[in-house]
Design a protein around this ligand. Structure first.
Ligand code: GGG
Length: 326
């Protein structure tokens, strides 16, 4: 059966790391049909439309989507694309790799980030010259969807429950509802949880990341805390992610468009290639997913490496090294 994979490189280094990941997928010679689509700042400049309807429709219909990066138009591109695939959870693993200079080499975490609401609700207003507002939306249903996924996630592997990161001591209604719902679903499913205030988590994870395993958190917290964890493992070039829905999913590196290095051909493709490995696993190609991950790990350990990891290799060199190891 042919799988249709929609590929949306987007902006900046997305134009470099996404083709790299597609080259790795092509090297596996699976029955994939790649369909390229546009989105992002450059398309917005050309057409006035950051996310063409055709791109949205393609993602909404595809077996899986591989996304690169977006710059200033993030709210108009990645949030609707997550909606297009019906994603309610963003899975963001953050782990240190052998051979990579990491602040905390013992880090091995997975963030399960709520993916539809919170402060990313889009309800923002400019009331006066002086005052702007944002409505933070938290629903029991979205918190429940996330929690049910988290329960299934920790039961499928060697995890001892999960940690709920929140700020319910200040955002009593919204994070109170989030925390209580997630904890309730965990109890219903016989899953152990502990909880931590998200600001305290930021300190604890820097001092002793090994005390955490799976962390369930609201939308913005998941975005910020996973970037923080990237700093512990060697940088944003290493963090993949999966936006999972009931029938579809979209895979993307956690990093953005990195305009400072875009066009130089030196962006680290590892995060996008590991995102492609997550795509393979999602489609049921477990052996191929493991092979890609092993090839990336060996490349990170033995080189070549891009400048963000202290090397002088290009995106193409690293991609070819991964393909050669496959
Ligand atoms: N590939 C990730 C990307 O382009 N990220 C830009 C960004 O701002 N993302 C916000 C988010 O992940 O919610």
């Amino acid at each position: 059966m042919t799988h249709e994979i929609v590929v949306i490189p987007g902006d900046g280094i997305g134009q470099e790391v996404t083709p790299a990941a597609v080259d790795v997928l092509r090297a596996l010679e699976l029955d994939f049909e790649f369909v390229e689509a546009d989105a992002g700042d450059a398309v917005a400049e050309e057409t006035g439309e950051p996310l063409p309807q055709e791109t949205y429709d393609l993602a909404a219909e595809a077996d899986a989507t591989l996304f690169g990066a977006v710059g200033e138009t993030a709210a108009d591109v990645i949030l609707p694309l997550r909606e297009a695939v019906g994603s309610f959870v963003n899975i963001r693993p953050a782990k240190a790799y052998p051979g990579v200079d990491a602040l905390r080499p013992e880090t091995d975490l997975v963030f399960l980030r709520e993916n539809t609401e919170g402060v990313y609700s889009g309800h923002e207003d400019r009331l006066t010259q002086d005052v702007s507002t944002l409505t933070r939306v938290v629903t029991e249903s979205a918190s429940r969807d996330l929690a049910e996924f988290a329960c299934e996630y920790v039961s499928g592997d060697d995890h001892d429950g999960f940690t709920i990161a929140h700020k319910a001591n200040v955002m009593r209604e919204t994070d109170g509802l989030f925390r209580d719902t997630v904890a309730e679903v965990a109890t219903e499913n016989g899953v152990e949880t502990d909880e931590v205030l998200m600001d305290a988590f930021a300190t604890h994870v820097c001092l002793d990341p090994a005390q955490f395993d799976v962390v369930v958190c609201p939308n913005l917290a998941g975005d910020v805390l996973s970037d923080l964890a990237a700093g512990l493992v060697g940088g944003l070039g290493l963090l993949p992610s999966a936006n999972v829905g009931r029938d579809r999913a979209l895979f993307e590196p956690v990093h953005g468009s990195a305009p400072d290095i875009a066009g130089e051909g030196v962006a680290n493709p590892a995060a996008t290639i590991i995102s492609a490995a997550m795509l393979l696993e999602y489609l049921g190609y477990d052996d191929e997913a493991a092979a890609v991950e092993t090839a990336v790990e060996a490349t990170l350990e033995e080189g070549p490496r891009t400048p963000d990891l202290g090397g002088d290799a290009s995106t193409e060199d690293v991609t070819q090294a991964v393909i050669d190891r496959l």
